[in-house]
Design a protein around this ligand. Structure first.
Ligand SMILES: Cc1ncc(C[n+]2csc(CCOP(=O)(O)OP(=O)(O)O)c2C)c(N)n1
Ligand SMILES: [Mg+2]
Length: 326
């Protein structure tokens, strides 16, 4: 752990992780009362991965994520109100209420989803990076995906082309050990994701995904290599989701003591202790942070509640299917 951390930077990282945590706790509550419907996958426990990685990116870089992407969206600077309104299905949502929790998009922040298909974001990221390379636009495309996605053909194909064409992609595997109820070792003979990447010609590194500073440092190293024209890199962030796969999952496949053991490495608690230990975080800082985060989450909910639904006349807008001749 670094000997001294800049106070503003440290508090900024912690605030982002606390915002994601409180935002999602509220989303879970709103789901149980039917305000948010459809699918909802919580990122609780994995916050250090999105927050740490985003530190290495500039506004010119691209981000592609999965359906478990509230954390990435907030860490990328999307307004909590536009994300919450999207989950409500309201017209003011970032995808005009048409996508919901799994399809958050914000082109102005170069946030290209939100993909419900496992591994679906990987070829999209390679395409974005190819477009940048062809245009001579110097940018990194960061692509988040889960351990389950390494089983998809799209993983091998995307890493292969990115390596072959030396495209500027930072592949970020969020290895939380499970793909729904299936543990990595139950679907992969080779469970070492870094070795898999290296087999495709993409150098990789594993990092403690519960340690935000370790993720930030690894992401900066990897992004620097990618930015310097060295081709793609992969980071495997070892992490854990504290909640079930989605709100529908009874979570019967994980042992209670495994979950409890990982919770002792809660990224928010660990980093709070680091900042306290270094004397840059006092009791009043923490209380003030919680108050301001609570106000931001409350404002997001109020915005989502008050926002209009899309008018019925617009229902077929952006639906491209031609009428069927009968
Ligand atoms: C191609 C495809 N197959 C199956 C599914 C159903 N599915 C949704 S999430 C998921 C698990 C993916 O796990 P992982 O990639 O590890 O991400 P995590 O949910 O752990 O963040 C599966 C199998 C899907 N959405 N897409
Ligand atoms: Mg997983």
């Amino acid at each position: 752990m670094s000997a001294s951390i800049d106070r503003d930077h440290g508090l900024g990282l912690l605030r982002q992780m606390v915002l994601i945590r409180r935002f999602e706790e509220k989303a879970a509550e709103l789901y149980t009362v039917g305000k948010i419907r459809g699918f909802l996958h919580l990122y609780i426990g994995e916050e250090a991965v999105a927050v740490g990685t985003m530190q290495a990116l500039t506004p010119e870089d691209n981000v592609v994520a999965t359906y478990r992407e509230h954390g990435q969206a907030l860490a990328r600077g999307m307004e909590a109100g536009s994300v919450m309104a999207e989950m409500y299905g309201k017209a003011g949502g970032c995808s005009r209420g048409r996508g919901g929790s799994m399809h958050l998009f914000d082109v102005s922040r170069r946030f290209y989803g939100g993909h419900a298909i496992v591994g679906g974001g990987l070829p999209v990221a390679v395409g974005l990076a190819l477009a940048d390379a062809m245009r001579g636009r110097p940018a990194v495309t960061a692509c988040f995906f889960g351990d389950g996605a390494v089983a998809e053909g799209a993983f091998a194909e995307s890493l292969n082309l990115a390596a072959l064409w030396r495209l500027p992609v930072l592949f970020l595997c969020e290895n939380n050990l499970y793909a729904m109820g299936t543990a990595l070792e139950r679907h992969q003979a080779q469970t070492d994701v870094v070795r898999k990447a290296e087999a495709a010609g993409v150098p990789g590194e594993a990092v403690d995904g519960m340690d935000v500073l370790a993720v930030e440092a690894a992401a900066r190293r990897a992004a620097e290599a990618v930015r310097g024209g060295q081709g793609p890199r992969l980071l495997e962030a070892r992490t854990y989701r504290f909640r079930a796969h989605s709100m529908y999952d009874p979570d019967l496949y994980r042992a209670g003591d495994e979950i409890e053991a990982w919770k002792t490495r809660d990224p928010v608690v660990l980093f709070t202790a680091v900042l306290r230990g270094q004397g840059v975080l006092g009791e009043t800082d923490l209380a003030a942070m919680e108050t301001s985060v609570a106000a931001e989450v409350d404002a997001a909910v109020a915005e989502a509640e008050a926002g209009p639904w899309e008018p019925v006349e617009d229902l077929l807008k952006d639906v491209y299917t031609a009428p069927v001749d009968r």
